[in-house]
Design a protein around this ligand. Structure first.
Ligand code: CP
Length: 312
C-alpha cells in the first residue's frame, strides 16, 4: 500500500491495513540493527526534531537511534532547554521549528491532545510519543510487533493488561490496537485504578488478578503512575504487590508459554518480581529492541521514505 497519512497521533485513526503495513515495514527494517554498520541512506537529507516535554529513556533514545540508522539528522529539544521557559507558547515554538523545515516532529507532552493541536497548526508531520494519559501509539505498535513476532497472529489471542489502567496511555492504546487486530483484552487492577466505562473500548474487566491471567497468552504489567495520581489509590506498595504484583506463583495460572511484557520503566518488587521480569518468557527487552525498528518504520513512512524509494 502507499502511505498517505501525515501524522501518527493515536491508534484509533489507524486502519487494520495501515497497522499491518507499519508492522511489516518494521519487521523488514529490524535486521539493519543487527549489521556491523547499522546505517542505510533511506532518509539521507531528512531532519527529525525530537520535542520531549516529559522524561523518557526508551522512546526518545529509540527515535534518535531510528533516525540515525536511516541517515536522517535528529535534533533533540526539551522543555527546560527551549524558549518555553521564557514564556513562548507551545504553538509559537512549533511554528518556529516548522520554519526551519524539519521533515518530522516527534513529540511527547504531559497534556492530552497537544500533538493534535500542533498537527492542526503546522504542516510538518507529527508523531505522538505520548500525550498525558491519553495515547502512546508507538508503544502499542511495538507491543503488537513483539507479540506478532512470538505468536505469529494477533487474532484470537488473550491479552491481560494489569495495573494502573486509569493513568496509562499505554493501556488505552494497546486496548484499542489489540482489539482492532482481533485479540481479546482483559483488564485487571484495583478498582481505584480501573476507569469507569473502559469496557466501551472493547475490553473485559475483572478485579481478580488470577482470573485475568488464567489462560492468557500475553500478560502486560503496568507501573503505578504515581506522578499522575491526585490521591493515594491503594494502602501500601506491599499490599499492592501482594494483590496485583506478578510473582512466580501467580505466573503458574497463565499458559506455560505466556509472554510477559512491560512497557517500562518497571518497578521491580512492586508490579513485577525480579524473577518474573527476568523470566525466560519475558520479552521486556525484546519490546525495547523492536521499538527501534518500529520507530524506523514510522519515520520511513511519514518522512516519505516510500516516495524516495520510488523516485530512485
Ligand atoms: N515505555 C516508555 O514510553 O518508556 P519511556 O518513558 O522511557 O520512553
Amino acid at each position: 500500500m502507499t502511505w498517505n497519512r501525515k501524522d501518527i497521533l493515536d491508534i484509533e485513526s489507524l486502519r487494520v491495513d495501515e497497522i499491518t503495513s507499519i508492522l511489516d515495514t518494521a519487521d523488514g527494517l529490524k535486521e539493519i540493527s543487527q549489521r556491523s554498520i547499522k546505517k542505510v541512506p533511506t532518509l539521507r537529507g531528512k531532519t527529525v526534531v525530537l520535542f520531549f516535554y516529559e522524561p523518557s529513556t526508551r522512546t526518545r533514545v529509540s527515535f534518535d537511534i531510528a533516525a540515525k540508522r536511516l541517515s536522517a539528522d535528529a535534533i533533540s529539544i526539551s522543555a527546560a532547554t527551549s524558549s518555553l521557559v521564557k514564556g513562548e507558547t507551545l504553538v509559537d515554538t512549533a511554528r518556529n521549528l516548522e520554519s526551519m523545515n524539519p521533515d518530522v516532529i516527534v513529540m511527547r507532552h504531559s497534556c492530552a491532545g497537544t500533538p493534535y493541536l500542533l498537527s492542526r497548526k503546522i504542516a510538518t508531520p507529527i508523531i505522538n510519543a505520548g500525550d498525558g494519559m491519553h495515547a502512546h501509539p508507538t508503544q502499542a505498535l511495538l507491543d503488537m510487533m513483539t507479540v506478532r513476532e512470538h505468536k505469529k497472529d494477533l487474532a484470537g489471542l488473550q491479552i491481560a493488561i494489569v495495573g494502573d489502567i486509569a493513568h496509562s496511555r499505554v493501556a488505552r492504546s494497546n486496548i484499542i490496537g489489540f482489539t482492532r487486530m482481533g485479540a481479546c483484552v482483559r483488564l485487571s487492577g484495583p478498582p481505584t485504578m480501573i476507569p469507569k466505562g473502559v469496557e466501551a473500548l472493547g475490553a473485559d474487566v475483572t478485579y481478580d488478578f488470577d482470573e485475568a491471567i488464567s489462560g492468557a497468552d500475553v500478560i502486560m504489567m503496568l507501573r503505578i503512575q504515581k506522578e499522575r495520581q491526585q490521591r493515594f489509590l491503594f494502602p501500601s506498595e506491599r499490599e499492592y504487590a501482594n494483590r496485583y504484583g506478578l510473582s512466580m506463583k501467580r505466573l503458574e495460572k497463565a499458559k506455560p508459554d505466556a509472554l510477559i511484557m512491560h512497557p517500562g520503566p518497571l518497578n521491580r518488587g512492586v508490579e513485577i518480581t525480579p524473577e518474573v521480569a527476568d523470566h525466560i518468557n519475558s520479552v521486556i527487552l525484546c519490546q525495547v529492541t523492536n521499538g527501534v525498528a518500529l520507530r524506523m518504520a514510522l519515520l520511513y513512512l511519514v518522512a516519505g521514505g516510500m516516495r524516495n524509494a520510488a523516485d530512485h
